[in-house]
Design a protein around this ligand. Sequence first.
Ligand code: SF4
Length: 229
Amino acid sequence: MKIPVSEIFYSIQGEGKFAGHPSVFVRVGGCNLKCPGFGEMGCDSYYAVDKAYKDEWKLMSVEEIEKEIGKYLKFKPHLVITGGEPMLYFKELYPLIERFRGVVTIETNATIEIDFEKYPKYKDVVFAMSVKLSNSGEEYKKRVKKEVIKSYALNAPKSFFKFVVDRDLKEEIEDVVGDLRNKIYCMPLGSDKEELEINAPFVFEFCLKNGYCYSDRIHIRLFGKKKGI
Ligand code: SF4
């Protein structure tokens, strides 16, 4: 089956553990959540989530995706698969994961179960588990799937947590993470530079106080809502 792709581009990773690293991004279309709490359009990648933009998504085979990302391989980039929610297509994406030589990060809301024994190469993937908190506007039972989170965290141990924060959400973060040992990154909520700058000082202090890693959002700071960055 082909995969709906919203965009493929070469850029600098703006968030999380690999912030600052040159990366080739494959952004798939479609998500199982909506996150109405994030910005006036809901999710900040609304054009890869909202079905109104479906006509802009290109159905691509893994071979076609590989050909496109191959243009940037001389830079030895990380491969970042993002969305939308990439794990909607975990079966279709698997040959790409098996064949890519280098670090693969998958940015996911960690709500979709994967069989790590049947698809063992996912154990080498770095899952950026951006589990949604109450500020996403999603219902708890849709956004927090503890068994799925545990399975990603333990089967793919290089994975980390990445939370969007705009107030003291420590209790919610602790509830999601439990006794898992994967690193925790918090980044300021903000769909543009102004909103990011309002929330950043609080998140900085919040990280210091709780021993979490602070992550900025380089692409929003530099380019706001621009696509393909
Ligand atoms: S889970 Fe991520 S991609 Fe999906 S709607 Fe929420 S913020 Fe957007």
